[in-house]
Design a protein around this ligand. Structure first.
Ligand SMILES: *Cc1c(COP(=O)(O)O)cnc(C)c1O
Length: 316
């Protein structure tokens, strides 16, 4: 494949994303220092990115970018004709993959959960994927659930016309993705005692924890209800690093009713945080993380003198 010039721009090593100190009384009066690791600014801080790649809203944000980049490199180096991945109808990961594919000149196929969606008008998220050139293949929920089983996967790839494609799992969390997220941890060495991140698949937390220095702890805040995440993270770390890596823990009970549920009090909390600090707060993940850290700090979970870094994984 003829590589567009964008590949080198997009996949070259990036400088660390900014670390911003926040003055917030809810933390300060309990002796806790709060830093924001602005992974939402990963692209916007490099002026020539926008020159070469166009408007900022085209790029995969924050942690999706860290997870995708090593996979994109592997797909290009391996000469794969396309990249295939999986997601629900509102998946950020599908959107990120479609955008990355377009920027790199790599064909993308999205396997979408729910064959009842086929033939219907696309929602804005899927329309964006399609506009970025992603070919969408809708599949039944039961088949989607079994997509990791080799036979089902082979059948799905065949039906989607993507037998030769490079496969990235749902949410983008595989061994290479974890190595991309370990870099996030390395950027935070020496900067904080506790680093916290919102979790969907847990891939970002699993990689981040591995990159931190000994003595630093990673906290994950799951945004989905249900208790399978710890086992999932252990299995991701086994695949990526051969065993457990880093010191991590999950703070459960802050999912606010489940994935993409944003009750009024959470929305008000996020709007207030935006007003106080001028930082845009993405609602599905980042709002739940900041809420959890505020609540945990108020309940005394962090001793006086703790420096806390919250990873702002994406923008609204
Ligand atoms: C996907 C996503 C996450 C969760 O990442 P996982 O690696 O799946 O846990 C967090 N924040 C944002 C903004 C995301 O889009």
């Amino acid at each position: 494949m003829n590589r567009p010039a964008n590949v080198d721009v997009l996949l070259r090593p990036r400088p660390p994303s900014p670390l911003q100190e926040i003055r917030d009384d809810r933390f300060e009066r309990l002796g806790v220092r709060l830093l924001l690791k602005r992974d939402d600014l990963i692209h916007t801080t490099i002026p020539w990115d926008t020159d070469v790649l166009g408007p900022v809203d085209l790029y995969p944000p924050g942690n999706k970018w860290r997870k995708l980049a090593p996979n994109l490199r592997a797909a290009l180096d391996g000469g794969f004709p396309a990249l295939v991945t999986f997601g629900g109808a509102y998946s950020n990961h599908l959107r990120a993959t479609a955008a990355a594919g377009r920027l790199l000149g790599l064909a993308t196929v999205g396997v979408v959960r729910g064959d009842e969606l086929a033939g219907r008008p696309l929602n804005p998220s899927l329309a964006r994927c399609a506009a970025d050139g992603m070919r969408l293949h809708f599949t039944s929920r039961s088949e989607y659930r079994r997509k990791a089983e080799p036979e089902t996967l082979a059948r799905l790839l065949g039906a989607a016309g993507a037998e030769e494609a490079y496969v990235v799992p749902e949410g983008g969390s595989n061994a290479l993705a974890l190595s991309g997220c370990a870099e996030l941890g390395r950027e935070l060495r020496g900067a904080a005692d506790v680093v916290a991140v919102a979790c969907g698949t847990g891939g970002t937390l699993a990689g981040l924890a591995a990159g931190l220095a000994p003595g630093q702890r990673a906290w994950g805040v799951p945004v989905l209800a249900g208790g399978f995440l710890a086992a999932e993270i252990r299995s991701l770390q086994r695949a990526a690093f051969g065993g457990p890596a880093g010191d991590w823990t999950l703070a459960e009970g802050f999912d606010h009713g489940g994935y993409a549920k944003v009750p009024a009090e959470l929305d008000a909390f996020a709007a207030d945080f935006e007003r106080r600090h001028g930082v845009p707060v993405e609602r599905v993940y980042v709002a739940k993380l900041l809420w959890a850290l505020t609540a945990l700090t108020e309940s005394g979970a962090f001793p006086r003198g703790t420096t806390l870094a919250a990873v702002v994984t994406g923008r609204p």
